[in-house]
Ligand binder design. Structure first.
Ligand code: CP
Length: 316
């Protein structure tokens, strides 16, 4: 058994569960081990373990990387639906509670869920024997495994988390990735956050209260050109149009383009949880500071491998 566990183990529901000690002593070192295992072509540490994957919302990265993480560790995804709202009995109005009570009878070792309402993973975990891993939920919205991979990306690219200045840009109101990442960053020292968004899509009051409590200074802006020269990380996000967001671009400057890269520090990085629409212009992709299509994707796989290993084979 690992020496440090996260709160609520083995379920992964929200980013507040992870302590700095767990992140630094368990999670981050294990992601490096997972990278080595990946380079060697995989291992059998999860042999015999079975994962279910229930997605009620579209996904490319999270769904595939969880399945590939299982694959690289020798486990299996024995059931996966990419549209549970349509193709599971949710279509016939079965409740999430009943669904999880039933699927637990098949004895899965882990269940990954992306739910489209409320804190779905929390409700599922309340009745689930198998560990539940939140792959993104709504209202208030969290994506804890994304926050873990984002933290790993920053750590690998910058060498440390403490003392960094980080800009979060775009739809901060509905974007669940920036909410979960804020919770994680609040555990570190000397962090300064810059929230860059139109007024009607600003960061939620619950996150701001958390940051106040953890003495993380933050400032709100509407012009990324002012912020770009200051920061070590620009974390861009897309408008969550499926949730009704309409970003009013006339309110300021929110796009990452060549103007912004021209203002950034040489060793700063540009991140995005993806999918990208048009909030980062494609001519930025080849900039060596852009990691959203490279290191950030790799960290997604290694972070989920590490998490599955910690939960499904802690003694191995
Ligand atoms: N970042 C992220 O959650 O991407 P997907 O929606 O493609 O899983």
């Amino acid at each position: 058994m690992s020496s440090v566990h996260f709160d609520g183990y083995p379920h992964v529901i929200c980013a507040q569960q992870f302590s700095r000690k767990w992140l630094e002593e368990e999670f981050l070192p294990l992601t490096d081990e997972m990278e080595e295992i990946f380079k060697l072509g995989g291992c059998e540490v999860l042999k015999g373990k079975r994962m279910f994957s229930f997605f009620y919302q579209p996904s490319t990265r999270t769904r595939i990387s969880f399945q590939m993480a299982m694959e690289y560790l020798g486990g299996r995804t024995v059931f996966a639906t990419e549209n549970a709202r349509e193709f599971s009995s949710a279509r016939k109005l079965e409740t999430l509670r009943d669904t999880f009570l039933v699927i637990n009878r098949y004895r899965p070792d882990a269940i990954v869920i992306r739910y489209d309402h409320d804190i779905g993973a929390k409700f599922a975990a309340d009745v689930s024997r198998a560990p539940v891993l939140n792959a993104g939920d709504r209202e208030p919205g969290q994506h804890p495994t994304q926050a873990l991979l984002d933290l790993r990306t920053i750590f690998k690219c910058r060498g440390a988390i403490d003392g960094l200045k980080i800009a979060m840009v775009g739809d901060l109101d509905k974007g669940r990735t920036v909410r979960s990442l804020s919770y994680l960053l609040g555990k570190f020292s000397g962090i300064q956050l810059y929230f860059v968004s139109p007024a009607n899509t600003g960061m939620g009051e619950d996150i701001k209260m958390y940051l106040h409590k953890h003495e993380v200074p933050f400032a709100e802006h509407t012009d990324l050109r002012v912020v770009a020269p200051e920061v070590d990380v620009i974390y861009q996000t897309r408008a969550q149009t499926e949730c009704g967001t309409l970003l009013d671009m006339s309110e300021g400057y929110f796009i990452v383009d060549r103007t912004i890269t021209g203002l950034m520090k040489k060793d700063a990085i540009i991140m995005h949880p993806l999918p990208r629409v048009d909030e980062i212009t494609t001519d930025v992709d080849d900039d060596k500071r852009a990691v959203y299509l490279t290191d950030q994707i790799d960290s997604g796989l290694f972070a989920r491998m590490a998490l599955l290993k910690i939960i499904l084979a802690p003694d191995a």
